[in-house]
Design a binder for this molecule. Structure first.
Ligand code: A2P
Length: 318
């Protein structure tokens, strides 16, 4: 396994298990199975609605001696409805309690935008809070306080562009060490990756396989399919591996972490094995330069009419 090393020497396995869309009722078994297969990095979030069940799986795996707490890397994320100063610790405590842990390896601000307390996904614009009312650096400041207490080992963000990162870093005491964003060969994020690396931040790729199982109303019928792209298919044939493994190996080979989601034993195994596959420079180049540009998680749920947020606030398309 490749690892991403942090400033203090901590190491995060480059390939982890994504848990978005892993349903309650099945995610317990998935986590136990994944630990058995050898996964040592788990990516969670309060908004996925499954942290309590995941926490039970961790607790049982630790109790059974399947793995030790210190040998797994666990990430979670602060939901947008906990951005106000007084709410950050509430969101954190809830996650820590649900996951049945006494510390997190990494805690991310999930999105650079705020929602009113109690809101999951806003249907109306009055459920948003603007960044004037809930500045990102104030939310971050509260996250820093928890970090200082030792219950978060590393702090980071998700879905941040370089403008938001600049803003945060200019006010931060503890600098973000991770930015988790959508990345795959249709959205390689070359500029953002270089920006983060220049600023001593690692990157994690979400939706590396295109998240084909996301809610139907967020799927466009004519969207391009990563696993069916000719270049991806031809490299998979050369190595006698699956297209999914090509997509995951590409991420690990370029030095970013990747968190494919699966609930299927065979696919869990093949995804973990992909972290060991070495692609040639020419194959990397071909994957780096695919001409299709496509964002699967387009952020349109945050820009409904009347919302204080625009696409321009969120993304810097390359
Ligand atoms: P499943 O959970 O049934 O394995 P993403 O990680 O980009 O969000 O994509 C997750 C989707 O990709 C899920 O539908 C998942 O289905 C599917 N998936 C995960 N691993 C593979 C694989 N190796 N080959 C094909 N599909 C996969």
């Amino acid at each position: 396994m490749n690892y991403l090393e942090f400033k203090n020497g901590d190491k995060m396995p480059a390939l982890g298990l994504g848990t978005w869309k892993s349903e309650s009722g099945e995610v317990y078994e998935v986590i136990r199975m994944a630990i058995g297969i050898g996964y040592r990095h788990f990516d969670c979030a309060a908004i996925y609605g499954n942290e309590a069940e995941i926490g039970q799986a961790f607790a049982d795996a630790f109790a059974a001696g399947d793995v030790k707490r210190e040998d797994v890397w666990i990430t979670s994320k602060l939901w947008n409805s906990y951005h106000l100063k007084q709410d950050v610790s509430v969101g954190f405590e809830r996650t820590l309690n649900d996951l049945k842990l006494d510390y997190l390896d990494l805690y991310l601000m999930h999105w650079p935008l705020a929602l009113k307390p109690g809101v999951g996904f806003p249907k109306t614009s009055d459920l948003f809070i603007s960044l004037d009312e809930a500045p990102l650096d104030e939310t971050w400041d509260e996250m820093e306080k928890i970090h200082e207490s030792g219950r978060i080992k590393h702090l980071g963000v998700s879905n941040f562009n370089s403008r938001n990162l600049d803003l945060l870093m200019s006010a931060a005491g503890v600098l973000p060490e991770m930015n988790q964003v959508e990345m795959h060969p249709f959205l390689p994020q070359h500029k953002l990756v270089n920006y983060c690396w220049d600023n001593a931040m690692h990157m994690t790729a979400y939706s590396p396989l295109g998240s084909g199982d996301r809610p139907g109303d967020r799927i466009k019928s004519d969207e391009p399919k990563l696993m069916e792209h000719d270049i991806v298919k031809s490299i998979s044939e050369t190595h006698n591996i699956t297209p999914a493994q090509v997509l995951l190996a590409w991420q690990v080979n370029r030095g970013v972490a990747v968190i494919p989601k699966s609930v299927n034993e065979g696919r869990l195994k093949q995804n973990l094995e992909a972290a060991e596959i070495v692609l040639t420079e020419d194959e990397m180049d071909r994957l780096n330069n695919i001409s299709i540009h496509f964002r699967y998680i387009d952020g349109s749920i945050w820009t409904i009419e009347g919302s204080p947020y625009t696409m321009d606030d969120l993304w810097e398309e390359e």
